[in-house]
Design a protein around this ligand. Structure first.
Ligand SMILES: Nc1ncnc2c1ncn2[C@@H]1O[C@H](COP(=O)(O)OP(=O)(O)OP(=O)(O)O)[C@@H](O)[C@H]1O
Ligand SMILES: [Mg+2]
Length: 267
């Protein structure tokens, strides 16, 4: 069995320049520029980088939501492009994503019960309704949500509770890989730790491999088995937090960490 559950090889994503009326198109923009890395089975890999460096674009390619301009994505050593439709579909189930703003991801007109049953109907269509209910109740409990929330609508919850619902919705289909894209950035600091703890608990319980995207260096240091730093579409370093933030690190990483530590030192 390969050590890497998912790998990127030379991934490039170029967005064509926007139309500018009669002037034709603006210049193309390379959002992800020759990125290669592997997510190890069972690890939490922090993806750290400033706004606009290409983190979400990379995540969307790994999720098969957008296709790379060039490069390959391998799942357990097998190339995803060119798979049969059934195999491709199964791969889609195995990678789930949670986003920054749960308000944007949860249909406000659906009750929590339907929000949780919907992904099961899509990804595990053969489950009978009894087994579906059991899975819904199981994941609710694991995510720290009370049973009486099933009849409520998203608008009746706080941001932290909504993020728990989003996590439940991602994990209910039994993925092996979770991509968490800035999932605590929109939450109060007091709630951020609760959600981080939930992610770490679920990582162990469900043997998840996690790509944890954040622009917060202290969060990345705290939760990551390994950290990968991205700048302007490229990987600047990857390794354990000690390795990545060592004195021998790339100048950009040293600048990033010294800026944060100077800032937090004053606070
Ligand atoms: N569909 C698109 N068309 C054109 N440019 C895009 C598109 N999607 C993203 N970009 C550009 O690609 C760059 C990388 O965007 P991306 O969303 O991946 O950054 P990010 O690292 O996730 O930033 P943030 O921390 O703010 O979420 C940005 O400059 C963005 O404007
Ligand atoms: Mg982003």
């Amino acid at each position: 069995m390969s050590e890497m559950i998912i790998e990127a090889e030379g991934l490039i994503k170029i967005f064509p320049g926007a139309r500018q009326g009669l002037m034709g198109r603006g210049p193309d923009f390379t959002a992800v520029n020759n990125v290669s890395f592997g997510l190890r089975r069972g690890e939490l890999l922090g993806l750290l980088g400033e706004s606009g460096c290409g983190k979400s674009t990379l995540a969307r390619m790994l999720m098969h939501l957008i296709s790379p301009t060039s490069g390959r994505i391998l799942l357990e050593g097998k190339e995803v492009q060119g798979l049969s439709e059934a195999a491709f579909r199964e791969n889609r189930r195995r990678i789930q994503m949670v986003y920054q703003n749960p308000f944007d991801c949860l249909d406000p007109a659906m009750r929590v019960q339907s929000l949780l049953e919907e992904p099961l109907k899509i990804w595990h269509p053969n489950l009978d309704s009894g087994s579906r209910k059991d899975k819904v109740l199981g994941i609710l409990e694991e995510c720290g949500l009370p049973g009486n929330c099933l009849s409520k609508y998203p608008g009746e919850f706080s941001g932290g509770q909504l993020q728990r619902i989003s996590i439940a919705r991602a994990l209910i289909v039994d993925p092996e890989i979770l991509i968490a894209d800035e999932i605590i950035s929109a939450l109060d600091v007091s709630i951020q730790n609760q959600i981080l703890n939930l992610i770490l608990k679920m990582k162990e319980r469900h043997a998840l491999s996690i790509l944890f995207i954040t622009h917060d260096l202290s969060v990345a240091r705290k939760v990551s088995d390994r950290v990968m730093v991205m700048q302007a579409g490229q990987i600047k370093g990857i390794g354990t937090p000690q390795e990545v933030f060592s004195d021998e690190a790339d100048p950009y990483i040293r600048q990033l960490s010294s800026a944060i530590f100077t800032f937090s030192g004053k606070g």
